[in-house]
Design a protein around this ligand. Structure first.
Ligand SMILES: Cc1ncc(COP(=O)(O)O)c(C=O)c1O
Length: 444
């Protein structure tokens, strides 16, 4: 069913059906979920989301960068249906089956860099990070991990120990995994070291040797630096061109593994299969999930062959690499390679251009940044002082929703745009028009 108009609203949300649904949900579902507005979804197709009351929304979140091929892409659905009728589960940790070996080979081939790779399958992004922590410790026989302020790597205890995005995510959960050090990320818009790009000498990387490794952390005790090529939950922050190559060189010098968390940025979203390719760096380990299987739960930890030297029994998961999720991933990657990655780059540039033009008209847009379809808009009260404007950001998101555009925030005060890779130029134009109208609604 193709929708004639998107968005197409008939009731103010929540409509009667949504109200009923939400009432039950609120009684039984964990209050730790962060629902930002009352959207109760019944069906999805491409970028269209139909709610339980028949309202149709334009979705620029893709289930938080998950539905890479759009909601219910017919080829992905057909692959899932065929596999579901053949074999639902058998456990890849104990048995062999075609989709698991096909996907492992495919991921090993598309992972950045020429080295041979191996794959361990998981059910989620956090689990892929857990696997990376474990294999890094196992291989290097070192314990320490370095991560970054603003990072989000998941909520399981190991991944949470690296996450440093919002204090709510950590409050009262300590003690977490020991031997973790956080440092400032390569954020040139809000440099954690108060430096200015161009004259800074990439101080965010040189500080490792100038300070950290001299004072508190012996580099030979560090197993891995785990980094998002583009910080996601932290605000869609894109570090400068020198950043990842310099970090990688630092890792090589000290025998530290470079782990790229591509859970949000991977699988074509930024216009490259993996975002780290924009920086020309081959990571030692890549973690992926989210968009990998277009909505089925699947993650993967892809490591250089020489690093994955752990023995049978060292790590595995019952459901990780489930056959149905594997075929969904194979079809997703095929679609991404057949044109969706180029579309992400092309529509991403169009969006960027439109948003920069919006920025020229609206002084409270401090920064527009991103690559491909991973775009952040940083809202500020004052462009010179860059004072974050979280309340205004939230108000704009609510107004967008009221006008039929589904968007979410990231970081303290940014709006994130991460539509499915099938987004058309016309849908991008509609989203920007609604966004501007929402800003005007807010008196901004
Ligand atoms: C960069 C990154 N890493 C890890 C995760 C955790 O993934 P999951 O929610 O599938 O555990 C996320 C989720 O948002 C993420 O954005």
């Amino acid at each position: 069913m193709a929708y004639a108009r998107v968005p197409d609203l008939h009731t103010v949300a929540p409509g009667p059906q949504a109200r009923e649904l939400i009432e039950v949900d609120e009684q039984y579902v964990s209050p730790s979920y962060t629902r930002f507005y009352p959207l109760a979804v019944k069906r999805g197709e491409g970028l269209a989301l139909e709610d339980v009351d028949g309202n149709v929304y334009l979705d620029f979140t893709a289930g938080i960068a998950v539905c890479a091929t759009g909601h219910c892409h017919p080829r992905v659905v057909a692959a899932i249906q065929k596999q579901a009728a053949e074999l639902l589960h058998i456990c890849g940790a104990d048995f062999y089956y075609p989709p698991l070996k096909d996907l492992a080979r495919k991921l090993a081939q598309i992972a950045p860099g020429p080295s041979a790779k191996r794959v361990l399958f998981t059910n989620s992004g956090a689990e892929a990070i857990e696997a990376a922590i474990k294999v890094a410790r196992y291989h290097t026989r070192r314990q320490h991990i370095i991560a970054f302020y603003g990072a989000f790597h998941g909520r399981t205890m190991g991944a949470l120990s690296l996450t440093a995005s919002k204090v709510n995510q950590r409050r009262r959960f300590e003690p977490l995994m020991p031997e973790v050090t956080h440092v400032g990320y390569g954020n040139c818009y809000r440099c954690p070291y108060n430096l200015t790009y161009g004259t800074c000498g990439i101080g965010c990387v040189s500080q490792f040797e100038e300070k950290l490794f001299r004072t508190t952390l012996p580099p030979e005790e560090v197993a891995a630096i785990i980094v998002e090529p583009i910080q996601g939950e932290g605000g869609y922050v894109v570090p400068p061109p020198e950043y990842h190559p310099r970090l990688k060189a630092l890792c090589e010098k000290h025998g530290i593994l470079f782990v790229a968390d591509e859970v949000q940025s991977g699988i074509g979203r930024t216009g490259k299969m993996f975002a780290i390719e924009h920086w020309g760096v081959e990571p030692d380990i890549v973690c992926t999930a989210k968009g990998l299987a277009s909505g089925l739960p699947l993650g993967a930890m892809i490591a250089k062959d020489e690093i994955m030297d752990w023995p049978p029994g060292a790590h595995a998961s019952t459901f990780g690499g489930n056959p149905v999720a594997c075929v969904a991933a194979l079809e997703t990657i095929a679609l991404v390679e057949e044109g969706l990655m180029e579309n992400a780059a092309a529509v991403g540039s169009l969006l960027m251009e439109r948003l920069r033009s919006l920025q020229s008209r609206h002084p409270f847009i401090g920064d527009v940044r991103g690559k491909g379809l991973m775009i952040g808009i940083d809202l500020v009260q004052d462009r010179t002082l860059k004072t974050p404007a979280p309340a205004e950001r939230d108000a704009i998101l609510q107004k967008c929703f009221a006008r039929g555009l589904v968007l979410l925030g990231c970081g303290e005060n940014s709006i994130r745009l991460c539509p499915a890779l099938v987004v058309t130029p016309a849908e991008a134009e509609t989203a920007v028009e609604i966004l501007e109208a929402a800003m005007v609604d807010c008196g901004l």
